[in-house]
Write a protein that binds this ligand. Structure first.
Ligand SMILES: [Zn+2]
Length: 208
């Protein structure tokens, strides 16, 4: 871990800043959500279980291995750490995973039956890699919520091979997982998802 110390401090600072911003937006209420970033090919920095993301300090970020186990004794990672680790192991390009309990993700995933949200017609679809036109369809997978996290990991891996084409998936009535090459890019994706989910909800509400 010693040679990772510099990387750990950098990623920790980014995760703390992200936590504060995401909390201010109302996407991480009441200690919910968890935020992580890659340290190397099998070690990751992640928020400690039960931390309030509006007041994160460097004491609230810990390092885990590829099994989701703490590298330092006495630290307890979030139960959802395994979902983060699964994304890192599925794709070496994933550098950060941010999980939020935003109202738009929570409500849209409950209001949408089936296994995916289909978004089309919105200019902001172009915020996602590989999408060059508002005409394209952005399909965001939805997984049913499950308090048994290893089973949820299995469901995600089975359906999408770990990482769907879109850098995010919804858990019904629960929230959104988004990932990207680094924390900054993943923050952009979270903002784009939130904008699109809100637009979709407003369209749904205006249907006769
Ligand atoms: Zn959660």
């Amino acid at each position: 871990m010693e040679h990772l110390q510099g990387v750990f401090f950098e990623r920790t600072a980014e995760l703390i800043a992200a936590g504060h911003r995401l909390y201010q937006r109302g996407w991480l209420p009441a200690t919910s959500g968890n935020l992580s970033a890659r340290l190397d090919h099998r070690r990751f920095a992640i928020t400690v279980s039960g931390t309030h993301k509006g007041t994160l300090t460097d004491q609230d970020i810990m390092a885990v291995n590829e099994k989701g186990h703490a590298l330092e004794p006495g630290m307890r990672p979030s139960a959802e750490t395994l979902l983060h680790v699964a994304l890192y192991l599925a794709d070496p390009e994933v550098g950060a995973v941010l999980h939020v309990h935003s109202p738009s993700a929570t409500v849209l995933s409950l209001a949408t039956p089936g296994e995916r949200v289909r978004l089309s017609g919105f200019e902001l679809i172009k915020a996602f890699p590989g999408h060059t036109s508002h005409d394209e369809v952005l399909e965001v997978p939805i997984f049913d919520n499950d308090q048994h996290i290893p089973r949820l990991v299995e469901a995600v891996n089975a359906r999408a091979g770990g990482t769907p084409a879109v850098p995010g998936y919804l858990i019904r009535g629960h929230g959104l997982y988004a990932w990207g090459p680094d924390v900054a890019r993943t923050m952009h994706y979270l903002e784009a998802f939130d904008f699109l989910f809100n637009c979709q909800l407003q369209l749904g509400a205006s249907q006769p």
